[in-house]
Design a protein around this ligand. Structure first.
Ligand SMILES: [Zn+2]
Length: 348
């Protein structure tokens, strides 16, 4: 007991930042809290009945690890696992609580440096975590399906090969490096720009992701928006012909107007593409705050923007929802795979 008293006395003398460092260190040592462990068993393993790897139900308890974490064994695929196997925290040496504080930093749009200081991780780790978290949360933005009046239009971002390519095993620079980040050599629309189709409905739910280089195509529009706009919805666009096929295939009512037209009256209702243009400008403002985003990560930053720009009246509940999604997601791509991501959208 005297040792414990000594520790408590020393703790009381610590500064605030040293106390945070102390907490981070001990929470890394003691592993999962009991609450956290039961939460993960319930959500990820359906109460300990489902195998993480093969999804079958022939699962038995298989002893405990030294830190008290329950281990399971699947009788079908003969693999052993714990509640955090193949989760965002597996293969990292940080505890779940550090991930929680990092996620909170992301919802507050903190910079990499500020987040790394707050969570006591390196800036390089903060960058990898940012993309692992956005990968884990992408399911939330991917499952959005737009109903009602949907406005769609495309915007463009300069192609960027920014990043540490030395760590990539496959990347070879396809063009001479630009000395200035925003230096684009061809004027107007060209293959030096990536086309990003966006759609947003009257409830503010959006669907947006990088499509291809240069001009939009029917295939690209179909790839991005099929299954994302509910049949029967009204689709408002400019005169782009690529949307005709999408509307026909998905049973959408299509209203096309000149790009500079403010609104169109039809059957007693008014339609426009102002909302999607305002969305473009908010998205560009958000991306600009990162001082250049490489094209391979553009999709992740768009998801981040969409997650934060939703209507979140109860902020605590929103962070809690993100936390649940992040911690339960099955992760099959690891930090070391991030530099190897395709430098351009797959459709390019
Ligand atoms: Zn299995």
């Amino acid at each position: 007991m005297s040792k414990l008293k000594e520790v408590i006395t020393t703790y009381n003398e610590l500064s605030f930042s040293d106390r945070i460092a102390f907490y981070t260190t001990i929470s890394n040592e003691i592993g999962l809290s009991a609450d956290m462990q039961s939460f993960l068993i319930e959500k990820r393993l359906n109460g300990g009945n489902i195998c993480i790897y093969c999804n079958r139900t022939h699962v038995v308890k298989n002893g405990k690890r030294k830190d008290g974490t329950q281990r399971y064994l699947c009788r079908d695929c003969h693999r052993s696992f714990i509640p955090t196997s193949d989760s965002i925290t597996s293969r990292t040496r940080k505890s779940v609580s550090v991930w929680a504080s990092y996620l909170k930093c992301m919802t507050e749009k903190k910079t990499l440096r500020a987040s790394s200081d707050e969570c006591h991780i390196s800036v390089a780790t903060a960058f990898v975590w940012r993309h692992k978290i956005l990968d884990a949360l992408s399911e939330l933005t991917d499952k959005a399906c737009l109903t009602g009046i949907v406005e769609a239009d495309e915007t463009f971002f300069n192609v960027s090969y920014k990043g540490n390519h030395k760590r990539s095993r496959r990347f070879s620079m396809p063009r001479r490096a630009h000395k200035r980040g925003n230096e684009i050599h061809a004027k107007g629309l060209s293959t030096e720009k990536v086309c990003v189709p966006c759609a947003i409905n009257d409830a503010g739910i959006s669907c947006c992701r990088p499509g291809k280089l240069g001009k939009i195509s029917t295939k690209c529009i179909n790839d991005i928006f099929s299954q994302k706009i509910a049949p029967g919805a009204t689709l408002c666009t400019d005169r782009e012909r690529a949307y005709l096929d999408l509307a026909r295939r998905n049973g959408l009512k299509l209203i096309q107007m000149d790009a500079d037209c403010r609104m169109v009256r039809k059957e007693g209702a008014t339609y426009g593409i102002q909302r999607v243009n305002a969305y473009h400008s908010r998205l560009k403002d958000f991306i600009r705050t990162f001082h250049g985003v490489s094209t391979k990560h553009l999709g992740n930053y768009i998801s981040w923007h969409d997650l934060l720009s939703g209507n979140h009246r109860d902020r605590k509940e929103f962070v809690h929802q993100l936390w649940g999604q992040m911690i339960c997601a099955r992760i099959t791509r690891y930090g070391r795979d991030i530099p190897d991501r395709s430098p351009l959208p797959s459709a390019a």
